[in-house]
Design a protein around this ligand. Structure first.
Ligand SMILES: C[S@@+](CC[C@H](N)C(=O)[O-])C[C@H]1O[C@@H](n2cnc3c(N)ncnc32)[C@H](O)[C@@H]1O
Length: 288
């Protein structure tokens, strides 16, 4: 077996990182083993001189731990985590869609796919609660438009209490739209569009009953604030906006900061708050 970091040292370093970052232990362990595994000279020295010597003070040891931190942070910044797994799941979904006409048969694979996007992975245990709060507050919408949708729309047939006539799903991210295009073959209300918010427009004929902007306003505010007026002036009867209450990477509460962003947006829409919604890790408003 190849040489590895001594287990007690690995556990200690992992604990520090897991206290700070919202990563999974197995993910952090794999990164540690990879980074140290590539540094054979350092590993040999550690095995020769640990525990007699405090190896954690060595410059190359510190550099390796810094590299691990950087990679953990970078992995957490990705909306789609586990690109290879996601590609394999998309192929499985495409094959499964050809074998059935019943969306219920795809529940397991859909749940696995929801785990590959950071927003839906966090939300999945509370999806039923989120949809219950949402649809208790609005008249059953026939046309839903989900902007910056990620892969959230594929949760709808399994967790929402009814089926809309049309569910338009818009995102600029091609990977999300590929999943949605495949899923739309079996769940026909779904109409995916790979489109930037900049190009979003609705005629009087296709005015949405409900617009979903789930965890989108804070992203747009940071990345492209010039797009906020487009979102603020959308014509839907209701708009649902949400934000995260915990940071994507670190174990830090961000609800107050994100709430200021949502409230500024609400003021820009000129709409009224019909109700608030809240699940663990996410909070928001329904506007009318
Ligand atoms: C935090 S994710 C939320 C995904 C989804 N709404 C959810 O909550 O599961 C933000 C999404 O907004 C999309 N997005 C960001 N800027 C966009 C833009 N200018 N046009 C279209 N989509 C955008 C990203 O591709 C990403 O899928």
């Amino acid at each position: 077996m190849s040489m590895q970091l001594p287990e007690d040292l690995l556990e200690r370093e992992m604990t520090r990182i897991l206290e700070q970052y919202r990563a999974k232990p197995e993910q952090v362990r794999a990164i540690f083993l990879d980074v140290f595994g590539k540094n054979k000279k350092l590993l040999r020295n550690i095995h020769d001189r640990y525990p007699q010597e405090d190896v954690t003070r060595w410059r190359d040891y510190k550099a390796a731990v810094k590299e691990v931190r950087k990679r953990v942070y970078y992995a957490l910044r990705q909306y789609h985590q586990g690109a290879d797994e996601a590609t394999a799941l998309c192929e499985q979904l495409a094959a499964a869609v050809n074998l059935t006409n019943d969306v219920a048969d795809l529940r397991d694979i859909t749940n696995q796919i929801l785990e590959t996007h950071v927003s839906t992975r966090e939300r999945r245990p509370y999806l039923t609660a989120l949809y219950e709060q949402l649809f208790a507050a609005v008249d059953t919408p026939e046309h839903i438009v989900d902007i910056g949708c990620g892969i959230n729309p594929i949760s709808f047939p399994y967790y929402a209490p009814y089926t809309p006539a049309i569910y338009t799903a818009i995102d600029k991210d091609p990977r999300s739209i590929t999943f949605l295009n495949t899923f739309s073959k079996i769940w026909t209300p779904l109409h995916p569009r790979q489109q930037d918010i900049r190009e979003c427009a609705f005629s009087d004929k296709d005015t949405p009953d409900l617009i979903l902007l789930l965890k989108v306003i804070p992203v747009v505010q940071r990345q492209a604030p010039d797009l906020l007026p487009i979102l603020a002036n959308l014509p839907g009867r209701y708009i649902c906006i949400t934000a995260s209450s915990v940071a994507m990477t670190r174990n830090v509460a961000i609800q107050r900061r994100e709430d200021r962003v949502l409230r500024d947006f609400i003021a820009a829409t000129g709409r009224e708050v019909r109700t608030t919604i809240e699940i663990p890790n996410e909070f928001g408003y329904i506007l009318c």
